[in-house]
Design a protein around this ligand. Structure first.
Ligand code: NAP
Length: 487
């Protein structure tokens, strides 16, 4: 990719706030720089919203709600479908923007675009399937009617790791259901969402339905919106720590809340596993998005009889990955999103090694500019290593071993998180015992990726509550109204 492709992609983004269908500067013309994590340079300055700008976005969402809720479902579906097509046509441009602001290789950005845009196609089909129920009361005296109505204005706060998909997973069902929204993308990666705002406007989304606020004064600008009595729902994807704070704030307005929080996924390999499949699955579960995924396998829990062979083959594959700037051809692993993230990964590896873990491959950050960390496999990782409890969020695979199936399950569940787990085994009865025994919202059996727009994504325990995608996804944006009809 040439420098001019990069420049053109950045120029395709409006670096302003999108409020009431208009692009405008932040109060006082304030801006902040978006960094390229491969070299630390500033790609572009983006509007840095104030509390007043946030309120304007909320006013716009509230103002558009009534009319938008009355729009024919087919029209809402067609807007989503057109947006899906526009994103698909412009994949190369968007992939470049995403790679520049986030660091991941172009092929990972394209994979996210295929996944993220699919939420628009999926929910374009769901928009026309919102239905209620009609029944006769048990005593026969009345009729019971239930109907679905949009929840109302929604605040959406999204993280940097999947700047498109974490947004479309919320925006798609909200549009389908007839909700208006204020969206706040992560300050590290706002460009993808700004690009998407323009595409949705082009697809025919009426003014005020989607409003985008970019800011570095995040808590200060978000809290008044969360506490605004006109807001009806808060949906958040991000860290458990911030999620907890937002749940507290949302109690005041008794908001409908969806929380997609952190993970600490176990990846179980039993002695009867097909090791070819397990190694392929491990590469996907660990290295999708360079390990910067809430679904990333964080703990490899491998039966002692296959641990040596699994570890060796997995490490060979990890060592063969090419590390470099995400825009270059043939790159598998780009830089992590920021220096802080790279330093946290290094700190967790150093902690494990200091406690006795052995490095099979990687184990350090390469010299030079950019926030790179080498793909790493660690064995003999002790259970008191911090990474057995904390999310690594980088290309690091710690391998733990077990002897009995019950111990493997106990180790897998020994975490405050409960988002996803993976298990590799060919024993049918064990498959059932394992997926029933895992305390997670999702389980991948003999596969290293579970994310699918047609399936309900979400966690239990400190990984949050609520589901995104599937038939369940739109329910988060609908209220059920019951009408009793006397004869
Ligand atoms: P984060 O620090 O919690 O940030 C997420 C979003 O919350 C960002 O937009 C951030 O804005 C905003 N935020 C921060 N402080 C806030 C406050 N006081 N009030 C309101 N909003 C606030 O998380 P992250 O580091 O971006 O993302 C990584 C985390 O997300 C990981 O833990 C990962 O597991 C989780 N995640 C979960 C899922 C899932 O579906 N379960 C999916 C992807 C990621 P700023 O950018 O301005 O700080």
């Amino acid at each position: 990719m040439s420098e001019s492709d990069e420049k053109l992609a950045i120029e395709a983004v409006h670096p302003q706030l999108f409020i009431g269908g208009e692009w405008r500067d932040a109060e006082g013309g304030k801006t902040f720089g978006v960094e390229d994590p491969s070299n630390g340079s500033i790609l572009v300055e983006v509007a840095d919203a104030s509390v007043g700008d946030g309120k304007d976005a909320m006013d716009a969402a509230v103002g558009a709600q009534k009319e938008w809720a009355a729009t024919p479902p087919r029209d809402r579906g067609e807007i989503l479908r057109r947006a899906f097509e526009l994103i698909t046509e412009r994949t190369d441009e968007l992939a470049m923007i995403m790679t520049l602001e986030m660091g991941k290789p172009l092929k990972e950005s394209k994979a996210e675009i295929a996944y993220g845009s699919e939420f628009f196609r999926w929910f374009s089909e769901e928009a026309v399937r919102i239905a209620g129920r009609y029944s006769v009361a048990p005593n026969g005296a009345t009729r019971l009617l239930t109907m679905k109505q949009p929840v109302g204005p929604v605040l959406m706060i999204t993280p940097w790791n999947f700047p498109l998909a974490m947004g479309t997973r919320k925006i798609g069902p909200a549009i389908a259901a007839g909700c208006t929204m204020v969206v706040k993308p992560a300050a590290l990666t706002p460009l993808t969402m700004l690009w998407l705002g323009a595409v949705l406007a082009e697809a025919g989304l009426p003014k005020g339905v989607l409003n985008i606020v970019t800011t570095t004064a995040t808590g200060e600008v978000m809290e008044p919106i969360v506490r605004d009595p006109r807001l009806r729902k808060l949906t958040f994807t991000g860290s458990t720590e911030v999620g907890r704070r937002l749940v507290e704030q949302s109690a005041e307005g008794l908001l409908r809340v969806s929380m997609e929080l952190g993970g600490n996924a176990p990846f179980l390999v039993f002695d009867d596993a097909d090791l070819d499949k397990a190694v392929d699955g491990a590469m996907l579960a660990k290295m999708r998005n360079i390990g910067e995924a809430c679904t990333a396998a964080n703990r490899f829990i491998v039966h002692e009889s296959v641990a040596e062979e699994f570890g060796r083959r997995f490490a060979e594959r990890m060592a063969a990955l090419s590390v470099g700037r995400g825009t270059d051809d043939g790159i598998d692993v780009g830089p992590l999103v920021e220096a802080k993230q790279r330093d946290k990964v290094a700190e967790l590896v150093d902690d494990a090694v200091a406690k006795g873990a052995k490095v099979v491959t990687g184990g350090s950050a390469p010299e030079g500019e950019g926030y790179y960390y080498s793909p790493t496999v660690l064995v003999d990782v002790p259970l008191d290593a911090r990474m057995s409890k904390e999310e690594v969020f980088g290309p690091v695979a710690p391998i733990f071993t077990f002897t009995e199936e019950a111990d493997a399950l106990a180790m897998a569940n020994d975490t405050e998180f409960g988002l996803v787990a993976y298990a590799f085994t060919q024993d049918y009865a064990r498959v059932i015992r394992v997926y029933e025994g895992l305390e997670t919202g999702m389980v991948g059996i003999n596969q290293g990726v579970v994310s699918n727009p047609a399936a309900p994504f979400g966690g239990v325990k400190s990984s949050g509550f609520g589901r995104e995608g599937g038939a369940e996804g739109i329910e988060e944006y609908l209220e059920t109204k019951y009408v009793g009809l006397a004869l």
